[in-house]
Design a binder for this molecule. Sequence first.
Ligand SMILES: [Zn+2]
Length: 415
Amino acid sequence: MDQNARLCAKKPVFTRRMAFFGATAASSGIALARWQRALASDFAEPKATGYGIDELPVDDTTAAIRACLEARSDALSRGDRKAFVATIDQRNPTWRRIQGDVFDLSARGGLGAAAFYSPVRVQEKPFGYVKAFLEVSPARGMAPAERTAWIFSRQSDGTVLHAEPTNDELGMRQTTTVGGIVLSHYEWDADILDRVASVAQRAWERVSSVIETPETIRPIISLNPTYAAHSGLRGFSTWAAYLPGSRTTVLLRSLESFGAGPVTMSESEDSRLLVPLTHELTHLANDCILSIVKIPHWMSEGLAEYVADNFRTREFVSAVASNRQWSLDKASEIIEWGSDVSRGYTGNDVSLAYAHASHGTRYFIERFGIARFWELAREFASSRRWADSFLTVTGVPWNDFGADWFRWSKGISAA
Ligand SMILES: [Zn+2]
């Protein structure tokens, strides 16, 4: 057993703490930090659409995909479940159920009910599948606002169905080591592995440098090309997840999969994964340094958002300006209970609680440094008395710190 294994093999705690990446937060126009922008430009997709749709060379496969997408779109707009189901590959029960959810959501007006998908490029995949790169318009006839990649399976009559590979087809996982990271993946993802490795390395370098992680931690990133491959990856805006107690593994959606979802025309898929991956790798490192369930939510989630440079500043500044700033204790409570419908918190409340946590953490680290952050975490984990621990480690009473943080928050600008 190497030192890393020892470090990460303490008693497992199977509490789930999931990242909350609301769709609003992802597209709220928060300025990307320089390190995120650098990545985006590294991976700016070669323009897939150098020509208009009318001029697109149409082969049989592209025509079949277009027909399938047309039928899907028509079925959704008419609310015709049977016609919708006829566009879905039926061999995989999980995939069938997920697409049933998509239909239900769409019928309620959610998830781009009127969105129109158009293929601009196709790529062969194993087992007779095709990966299609699609442009997504808000409605038929409108300019595309987003792009995505879906998988289609070829049928014997020349048509295609919207699909995902089955578990049997995916076969055994393989591992590839890059830098200090292990990628656990299927052969299926060979075409995107380099790009994921690059994002993963950048995310891990960021985590290691900002929170001074021990070099012995070697995270495993488990890449998942199918939507419901892992129960930890649920929801249309969950791109990555860390299950507390594992101390080894972050789950990540594969680039160019249905689960990775659409990106805006100017955004790269790679940079989309960077923030959630950095957030979850921070949880993993935190858990290896000190059990994540032993510290307040504002510290664990705040640190993950701080390292990922995902401050949701606009939301925070707006709350501060209208005197709706919460205490960090309140933010922790909302993060803990946000998904419990009986408490009545909205998605916006939870997102705002994360904004509080990230700014609280930033203020703490700017004032006392990261070493003192871990000192406080350790002290509280052993004493279980928050106010005493805070005073012992910082020399400042908790209530005074709260008042100082409120004053500091007034000076933040959303620029
Ligand atoms: Zn989190």
